[in-house]
Design a protein around this ligand. Sequence first.
Ligand code: HPA
Length: 261
Amino acid sequence: MPIFGIISGSGFYDIPGLEITDSVKLSTPYGEPSDVYRIGSLSGKEMAFLPRHGTMHHIQPHKINYRANIWGFRELGVKRIISISASGGINIEMNPGMITVPDQLIDMTEGRQSTFYDEDEVVHIDLTEPFCPDMRSYILKASQKSGVALTGTGVYICTNGPRLETAAEIKAFSMLGADMVGMTAMQEAVLARELEICFAGISVITNYAAGIAGKRLSAAEVVETMQGSSEKVSLLLKDFFALDFPEPACSCWKALKDARI
Ligand code: HPA
């Protein structure tokens, strides 16, 4: 049973160095995940890998079945998920090509299925720290080991998409304290927490967000920058998974304890 999961997005459709041994098609109580889960090993650790937009990148961010994706990881026995995503830099210090490990989230999505608890049971999960602090500290350790520089904090604002933002929206998000903007991290973080799975993200800044650099944005620059960063992200992942993972020091794995009414 893989303990680790990797979920990745735009421009990052496979994990270099991941030796795939199996693929598993799952169907969950919430519907179909984005793709089959590829089971393999990286740095000696067994893991399950899922591309959130599907292998053909055919699922838009607002149409991803986040519940099925995260539930599928749980069915496979995954206890820790690393998400790889692209984001636009709002903070002027977030330059394209930079690798970040966000520590906070702001939700600007709408109409997405964002909970497993929308029937009989009332559960208010704590999301004070939306990304697992334990996993984040391991990513920072891997950065030191691999020499891959990263920014270890940042506020990720999650928009609904699929359209990009207006310059005025980005200016407003900047005033709200956002450092980067993407379209996927919110639901993954909350759903993982509801299942008591540790979750952290590596987000590559692929472009300056709308209005920051005074030019139009293109999907091509997002994919190109993501692909250009894939070697650094792979090195980071290789050293991350080579670490020893003792019992988690975080509280993600007992998140439901104080959440039920
Ligand atoms: N906005 C929203 N999502 C993104 C961006 C952006 O500028 N870049 C990469 N994902």
